[in-house]
Write a protein that binds this ligand. Structure first.
Ligand code: SAM
Length: 424
């Protein structure tokens, strides 16, 4: 009596009913159902793989604990939801991820923590959820010691996740996973480049590839934070969705690999006239032939001027793969097996992951058919399908992108594309 509830996945969140207010409470964001459904699938798959991979280590740790104290609790697979709000996501992880043993649900707000208590009790998953009321940065910093590290940390803030990255990369286990959301799309998409540089350390270009560029800027920022502590990332799934970025990255450690980071991040040069672009990793810049001076990469233009002269430089950003295909496939088959009544976004999720598998994983960014080619051409553009076939016939690869429609992602040089477009 006096309470209402919302059902999502296997969880229900409870909130006081208020006749005057709208039905949905302020802290509940229905637009994030998709994010939470996907995160449940990713977390369970990751937990299964992590336990399998570290089986010997976990067994050894448990027998050492038992030898010290026969009543000691066995090692638990913990997930820290550092910014938990109502606790809905934590309740869902507790109810839907069988392989996850414990969830630490934390929020800085006292009223949010009251909600978490109420919701975990209401969902009968109090035993699986440990509740904390701390500044997430402080909580993660306290878990820097390897013994206190957790295998998974979920960062789902309002706006940018950058303030939390330094402590998160240190608090996650070697080989553990960070799940990171950023919702400040205006900044990441290039509307406020100076703000983006200040927050993420990367200068975004105002271009039609802004959606994928935003993902790459977030990944760059996580990689930089990881590198500071002898760690580096491996993106498992990296997405641009509706109005936010969501990435799932594995965090490894090792000095040798950290040094290779300069071969995975780099800049993008774009010619605003022809819309042509090129990219180069910062490591590549050092590899000049015979000690000769570095010559900036050149972008061929559509016009008679062979090379653009007023290139805009963006970055640095992540230029490596966005997804680990094997992992994407494993998550996809997990979603295919689930009940559509529980995960209401099942069909969309499967389609999205299929799009991730189809997109060229080693080719950063893309051209927009109409906005990049149509506008420059000033005459009618060939159909995308015809352009794609011609590019393939010329011996190059081509794909679409999960991030947006009507684009061409290809390893064909721009002059090849223009030759095809002109010949049409
Ligand atoms: N993950 C939640 C979900 O899926 O329903 C939504 C989280 S909400 C977008 C962000 C939350 O972060 C808010 O509840 C806010 O109180 C909390 N927060 C903001 N700064 C924080 C900090 N420094 N430490 C801990 N919590 C913080």
């Amino acid at each position: 009596e006096g309470f209402k509830f919302i059902k999502e996945g296997k969880a229900r969140i409870i909130y006081p009913s208020n006749e005057d207010a709208d039905d949905v409470p302020a802290f509940y964001n229905p637009a994030q159902v998709f994010n939470r459904d996907l995160s449940c699938a990713v977390l369970e798959e990751f937990a299964v793989q992590y336990k399998e991979k570290n089986k010997d280590f976990i067994d050894k740790m448990n027998s050492e604990k038992k030898a010290e104290n026969p009543d000691a609790e066995p090692w638990k697979f913990r997930t820290l939801e550092a910014l938990s709000a109502s606790g809905l996501r934590s309740c869902r992880y507790a109810l839907e991820c069988d392989t996850v043993d414990r969830i630490i649900a934390n929020d800085i707000s006292v009223s949010a923590v009251q909600e978490i208590h109420r919701n975990s009790k209401f969902n009968d998953c109090e035993k699986k959820i440990e509740i904390a009321n701390k500044d997430a940065i402080e909580l993660m910093a306290l878990r820097r010691a390897p013994k206190l590290n957790v295998p998974v940390i979920d960062l789902d803030p309002y706006g940018s996740a950058t303030p939390f990255l330094d402590s998160a990369v240190q608090a996650v286990n070697y080989g553990g996973m960070l799940m990171v959301t950023c919702t400040d799309m205006g900044v990441l998409a290039g509307n406020h480049p100076e703000a983006c540089f200040a927050k993420y350390g990367s200068f975004p270009l105002k271009a039609h590839f802004c959606h994928e560029q935003a993902i790459r800027i977030v990944l760059y920022s996580i990689e930089r934070a990881a590198n500071r502590y002898g760690r580096y990332i491996e993106p498992l799934i990296s997405l641009h969705l509706d109005f936010f970025i969501r990435v799932f990255v594995r965090v490894h450690h090792g000095k040798k690999h950290v040094k290779l980071s300069c071969t995975k991040v780099g800049n993008v040069c774009r010619d605003p006239q022809s819309h042509g672009f090129t990219h180069y990793t910062l490591g590549e810049l050092q590899k000049t032939e015979n000690g000769s001076k570095y010559v900036p990469p050149q972008v061929k233009t559509a016009s008679s001027v062979p090379y653009a002269t007023n290139l805009k430089q963006g970055g640095p950003m992540w230029l490596g793969p966005l997804h680990n295909h094997e992992f994407v496939r494993a998550v996809q088959s997990r979603i295919e097996d689930c009940d559509e009544n529980v995960w209401t976004t099942k069909v969309r999720l499967c389609g999205l992951l299929e799009a991730c598998l189809e997109e060229l994983n080693d080719v950063p960014l893309y051209y927009h058919m109409q906005k990049d080619f149509g506008i420059v051409l000033k005459f009618s553009l060939m159909k995308q399908q015809i352009l794609r076939s011609a590019i393939i016939n010329a011996g190059y690869r081509v794909s679409s992108s999960h991030a947006t429609t009507d684009i061409i992602k290809t390893d064909a040089p721009l002059n090849v594309i223009w030759d095809i477009l002109r010949a049409y």
